[in-house]
Ligand binder design. Structure first.
Ligand code: PEP
Ligand code: MN
Length: 279
């Protein structure tokens, strides 16, 4: 693919992005937590529940990119301090979204992975800024973006010197209305065919429906995803954002158990790792 130079798989070994005890591209990494950090009690309870249920990392938005300015915008610094507390208690590393170039350097003191959200995928100033750090970057695919545009954005980060890029397919907008987005799992196989970067899947925003998350998680693992990021809430009905797509802790535990046994089966089929295209 034209212009995919640094990220291209050709002649390179697949990268492993290490965060705490896990390696994206080596282990099946499961990230879970609330859409938004709402309070210390909510976040710590969810963090403990997902840790118990088999999560490797905790997600939680402190800065929320909301469609309406009147919707909950996140707790900002207070939210990051709550995430820090949850990490202290559970040991789970933190993934949180950075919205603004001005927040990149100081947010690195609080989070283990910087998330660049779908709405900011082509915010080139933000990509360059996260590229100047050494923090792993979770780069979500824009909801209106082609695979080539997405990979070019990874290229921006790599080009600034940060090799720790993790791609995340989170669904794209199509004519379909039953689901919130159309989860494009072919993009996972394509990104793994074209680049050496780890690729994870967000079946939560990809479907917007609790009832579809388990099936799409299994499908993601079967097609070679290196991990999943899912939203979990202890009281989904009261969540301040994305309440209709949050798993409960028991639903999350079931998902965790099933995807890990599917991954073990995939490993046994492939003698190493799931659905890798030939290099
Ligand atoms: C999120 O992860 O909470 C989020 C806003 O995701 P996306 O950027 O994929 O919509
Ligand atoms: Mn969300």
């Amino acid at each position: 693919m034209k212009n995919i130079k640094l990220a291209a798989l050709k002649g390179k070994t697949r990268s492993v992005v290490r965060v705490g005890d896990v390696g994206f591209g080596e282990d099946l990494v499961l990230i879970a937590g609330p859409c938004s950090v709402e309070s210390e009690k909510q976040t710590v309870e969810i963090a403990q529940a997902v840790k118990e249920g088999g999560a490797d990392m905790l997600r939680g938005g402190a800065f929320k990119p909301r469609t309406s300015p009147y919707n909950f915008q996140g707790l900002g610094l207070k939210g990051l301090k709550i995430l820090e507390k949850a990490r202290e208690i559970t040991g789970l590393p933190i993934v949180s979204e950075v919205l603004d170039t001005r927040d990149v350097s100081w947010m690195c003191e609080y989070v283990d992975v910087l998330q660049v959200g779908a709405r900011n995928m082509q915010n080139f100033s933000l990509l360059k800024e996260v590229g100047k750090t050494t923090r792993p970057v979770l780069l979500k695919r824009g909801m209106h973006s082609t695979i080539a545009e997405w990979l070019n954005c990874a290229e921006y980060i790599l080009n600034e010197g940060n090799p720790n890029v993790i791609l995340c397919e989170r669904g794209i907008r199509t004519f379909e209305t039953y689901t919130r987005n159309t989860l494009d799992l072919s993009a996972v196989a394509a990104a793994k065919e074209l680049t050496y970067l780890p690729v994870i899947v967000d079946p939560t925003h990809g479907t917007g429906k609790v009832s579809l998350i388990l099936s799409m998680s299994l499908a993601a693992v079967a097609c070679g995803a290196d991990g999943l990021i899912v939203e979990v809430h202890n009281h989904p009905e009261a969540a301040l954002s994305d309440k209709e797509q949050a798993l409960t802790p028991p639903e999350f535990s079931e998902l965790s158990r099933k995807i890990r046994s599917l991954r073990a089966f995939m490993d046994s089929l492939n003698g190493g790792s799931a659905a890798q295209p030939a290099d």
